[in-house]
Design a protein around this ligand. Structure first.
Ligand SMILES: NC(=O)c1ccc[n+]([C@@H]2O[C@H](COP(=O)([O-])OP(=O)(O)OC[C@H]3O[C@@H](n4cnc5c(N)ncnc54)[C@H](O)[C@@H]3O)[C@@H](O)[C@H]2O)c1
Length: 399
């Protein structure tokens, strides 16, 4: 048996559990070496539960058995943790976005290029059954030539206490809704349509307040001093393929479910695609001449019923149920197979940079009143082959 790739996880917060479950249980190409977190006891507790060793970040970065650092820190730490990992010669899989600004993401991209290392950036839901099936339907011409797409994510965030990761993850530069939730839609659009040529849009920052009574700043206005981080955005994208798409991202101040997906309009039909925050979901197709939509079965296996609507057993936190069913981690696995087979990973370094440039571009266009021409090239991802993804996923990733 070939040697697995060693994984070190930095950041043992909320989302680390779903990664660690999948990394340790689902994929034989990955081996968990260690976990690190500055909060006392957090790495130890995580190692007890999932294996690997509790380490400091420094120890983890210096461990020769770690090939891939999985950066699951909150947004303000993405840049420094990824930079340190690259400087230690490690490949990186980072939670979205690559950094807290396009400028700092570009620095990381250049550093990775100079060192011939990979940075794959989440979300990896675009590698799931839902959007890989959508990609196949489009590639097979089921709706003719795609012309346009609309996408919208309008939701809020739970009131956050001082202990909560939500505060530092969402209400910070590079973390507002066009980045946080918008990234799922952007990665899905890049997966199915390829690179964007120009971006335009309108953006604004609506007033927000600290709403958790336990927060010392309770009642005060929450100001994010960054013109590139609005919390209300209407972006328009012109893809190199000619497809035109819009993305509405708005922090509505309340939790609103269900979240919507993406609708795609083609010359011969229309597809209503699932919420790209999920690996599965429902795909509905209507072709010219038909009056009704029909549900299309998933052609790719990695779909899991990761959904907010699963029955929640009594005494269980609904978020635990979602995490247990989530399939995050496929992007790390795909990166490992890409390294083994000497090809670029599907969540390519270029795609990670392109994704953050889209939000930066729309915010810039809104400020200047001028279309923003994208500066970062990206190749359209190779689709996954249809099929089930088991512990040895090579067959669907590589020919
Ligand atoms: N929570 C979710 O549902 C969710 C879902 C998808 C993606 N994400 C993304 O995952 C990332 C982490 O989110 P989370 O919800 O787990 O946040 P969290 O705040 O619960 O956890 C982040 C962890 O990172 C640690 N950390 C922060 N800075 C660090 C540093 N410099 N070095 C080492 N460790 C550091 C913190 O101590 C904390 O334990 C964010 O980018 C977020 O957007 C979160």
């Amino acid at each position: 048996m070939m040697k697995p790739y060693g994984v070190g996880v930095i950041g043992c917060g909320a989302i680390s559990r779903t990664y660690l479950k999948n990394i340790t249980e689902r994929f034989s190409i990955l081996k968990l070496i260690g976990v690190a977190d500055p909060v006392p006891g957090r790495a130890e507790k995580t190692a007890d539960e999932y294996g690997g060793r509790a380490m400091t970040s420094e120890e983890l970065l210096n461990d020769p058995d770690v090939d891939i650092v999985v950066n699951l820190t909150s947004i303000p730490s993405h840049y420094e943790v990824t930079k340190a990992a690259l400087e230690h010669g490690k490949h990186v899989y980072s939670e979205k976005m690559m950094a807290d600004s396009f400028g700092r993401a570009k620095e990381l991209y250049e550093l990775a290029k100079e060192k011939n290392l990979r940075i794959a950036v989440a979300p990896d839901t675009c590698l799931g059954g839902g959007y890989q099936t959508v990609r196949k339907l489009l590639d097979d011409g089921v709706i003719g030539t795609p012309l346009a797409a609309t996408a919208a994510v309008v939701r809020g965030y739970l009131p956050a206490g001082p202990e909560s990761g939500w505060l530092s993850n969402v209400f910070c530069p590079g973390g507002t809704i066009p980045y946080d939730m918008g990234s799922y839609f952007i990665n899905a659009l890049l997966t199915i349509f390829g690179p964007v040529k120009r971006v335009s849009g309108f953006a604004a920052s609506t007033k927000k307040y600290f709403t958790h009574p336990a927060n010392p700043n309770y009642g005060q206005e929450l100001v994010i001093n960054d013109p590139d981080s609005p919390n209300l955005m209407q972006a328009a994208m012109e893809f190199e393929s000619g497809v035109l798409a819009t993305l509405t991202a708005a922090d509505a101040g309340t939790m609103l479910f269900p979240e919507e997906g993406i609708t795609i309009y083609g010359t011969k039909g229309r597809l209503i695609c699932p919420d790209p925050d999920l690996f599965g979901g429902e795909i509905k197709l209507c072709v010219a001449g038909e009056q009704e939509y029909r549900v299309i079965p998933m052609l790719h296996g990695y779909s899991g019923q990761e959904t907010a609507f699963l029955p929640v057993p009594e005494n269980e936190d609904p978020r635990d149920v979602i995490w247990r069913h989530s399939r995050r981690g496929i992007g790390v696995t795909e990166l490992a197979w890409a390294l083994r087979n000497g090809r670029p990973q599907r969540l390519s370094n270029e795609m990670g940079l392109h994704a953050i440039e889209i939000v930066h571009g729309a915010a810039t266009a809104s400020r200047t009143g001028v279309y923003y021409t994208m500066t970062t090239p990206m190749e359209k991802m190779k689709p996954l082959r249809p099929g089930f993804i088991g512990p040895d996923a090579e067959a669907v990733f590589d020919d």
